[in-house]
Design a protein around this ligand. Structure first.
Ligand SMILES: C[S@@+](CC[C@H](N)C(=O)[O-])C[C@H]1O[C@@H](n2cnc3c(N)ncnc32)[C@H](O)[C@@H]1O
Length: 475
């Protein structure tokens, strides 16, 4: 039977390697697909996304790495050869004989008693593994709540209705990331296994649960930045890196009154909403009805998830207006703004309506994808008598890096070498195998004895936009 098992396993591994290869081939050097390769959540999947098709892939490399699997997912236990082989297979495909053998081994091991430093109790079905994690997570959750009670800051458990993020990382790379709404009776589906939503509800954010395939999945709450990257879009959003630079450029402060156009998908509106705070307000103008509705919906979704997460209301300080900014004189009559953010085609056509309502000396920040659009804007200004000067044109670039301990081929840490051995060939090799990760994590090297690899991430975010800073002056 062992031979049969080995045969099945070899075939399965071959298939796995093949599919991983395919997934890797789909990786493009740009950011748009990375981090989400190889996971399938068809519109039919019961993820509780509730938002139609899958959320678009966020930009940026597959996010900086967490430490090796060990630190994120806890210490691994040693497995018997049968467990090692059978865990490589989809658990559904294991025959009754294999399960019986595994159970027999468990019994044998439990009779031997616990082994110091090792725990053999993971000779279980993935479901059971999940249950062990579940108990740990619940205990952790209770401890966190107790701690929060003492410090006065009550941490809320993840609950139905909230928007959450699921993440799976392997070999320092993000393989799967999905935002979904936690809903009763639904399941989180991925190529890396399934987790019923009910197993997630009631646990602290940041919990790691095993999928039906026994793989560790991190469940946590999205930041506002992540929410905007994953929320359903109408038009392209103002990317967070650019949005934050715009907020700085406009010097947006609490209590400000800000004009924005177009609302688009509502990403910039959300960032502005947080920046102006409870004493401030945002007027967001959008010419297209579908985009107007999309931005309102995304704003409401964030507000309702916030309420569930924090137990308090997110600010209701954005007024979404459906209309054309170019003809907005009646709408703007009697209003004045501390700053203006424009992310729309032909912004120079809207400036005559907007500028009279901008405070003297204040900033109108313009988000444009192409340099030719900036030329149109500047040419529009040159041919008008608007009291605006262009102070800066910038492009915000982030550069992600890979940084981690350098590993030998066997998965153990490389050691720093004395100067004299400098020319000896390095055995450095970045491990790509999970088993090596296991080996590495269990061997402690003293502080400062391990060299690191540190280089720019191979997948970088490409161009998003240029930002133009226009200041209103008194002529
Ligand atoms: C790229 S999107 C804006 C995205 C938005 N900043 C976000 O972060 O989600 C540009 C939007 O400007 C809108 N727009 C274009 N011309 C407009 C006009 N004259 N008045 C109001 N909105 C306009 C478009 O319909 C489109 O929804």
């Amino acid at each position: 039977m062992t031979q049969r098992l080995a045969r099945v396993c070899t075939t399965y591994l071959r298939q796995q390697r093949q599919s991983i290869k395919h997934a890797d081939n789909r990786l493009t050097p740009t950011v748009w697909t990375c981090g989400l390769k190889g996971f399938g959540t068809s519109p039919k999947s019961s993820d509780g996304d509730g938002d139609g098709p899958e959320a678009p892939a966020p930009p940026g490399p597959a996010f900086s790495d967490l430490s090796r699997g060990s630190s994120l997912f806890g210490r691994r236990r040693s497995l018997s050869p049968l467990e090692r082989v059978s865990q490589l297979l989809p658990q559904d495909s294991l025959s009754k004989e294999v399960w019986e053998l595994r159970e027999a081994e468990t019994e044998e091991q439990s009779q031997k008693g616990p082994v110091t430093g090792e725990d053999h109790s993971d000779v279980q079905s993935p479901r059971d593994v999940g249950d062990v994690d579940a108990q740990d997570a619940l205990i952790q959750g209770e401890e966190t709540q107790e701690q929060s009670r003492r410090t006065g800051a009550m941490e809320r458990m993840m609950c139905f209705g909230e928007a959450l993020l699921a993440e799976y990382r392997r070999n320092r790379r993000l393989q799967f990331r999905k935002m979904f709404q936690l809903q009763e009776g639904m399941k989180l589906q991925s190529n890396w296994g399934v987790i019923p939503h009910q197993d997630i509800a009631g646990r602290p954010a940041g919990t790691v649960l095993r999928t039906s395939l026994g793989l560790p999945m991190l469940l946590r709450r999205p930041s506002l930045e992540e929410f905007t990257l994953f929320m359903r879009r109408g038009p392209a959003i103002a990317y967070p890196k650019d949005a934050s630079a715009m907020l700085m450029m406009m010097d947006v402060s609490e209590g400000d009154s800000v004009l924005e156009s177009g609302s688009g998908s509502g990403a910039m509106s959300l960032f502005l909403s947080r920046a102006v705070g409870s004493r401030g307000s945002v007027l967001s103008v959008e010419v297209r009805e579908d985009h107007h509705k999309r931005s309102v919906l995304n704003y409401q979704r964030w507000r309702s998830t916030w309420k569930l997460r924090r137990g308090e209301d997110w600010l209701d300080n954005v007024h979404f207006h459906h209309g054309d900014l170019i003809n907005s004189a009646p709408l703007l009559a009697g209003q004045s703004f501390n700053s203006v953010a424009l992310d729309m085609v032909s912004p120079h056509l809207a400036l005559p309506a907007v500028v009279p309502h901008l405070h003297n000396g204040a900033i109108c920040a313009v988000y444009l994808a192409n340099v030719t659009q900036i030329i149109d804007l500047l040419e529009g200004l040159r041919c008008s008598s608007l009291p605006l000067v262009c102070e800066r044109i910038i492009e915000v670039q982030y550069r992600d890096w890979l940084l981690g301990p350098s590993l030998k081929k066997d998965g153990t840490f490389n050691q720093r070498r004395p100067m004299s051995e400098e020319n000896v060939d390095s055995e450095e090799d970045v491990s790509t195998d999970e088993e090596k990760e296991e080996l590495t994590s269990s061997k402690q090297a003293p502080f400062g004895s391990v060299p690191y690899i540190a280089r720019p991430h191979p997948e970088q975010l490409g161009h998003t936009a240029f930002l133009v800073k226009l200041r209103k002056i008194l002529k």
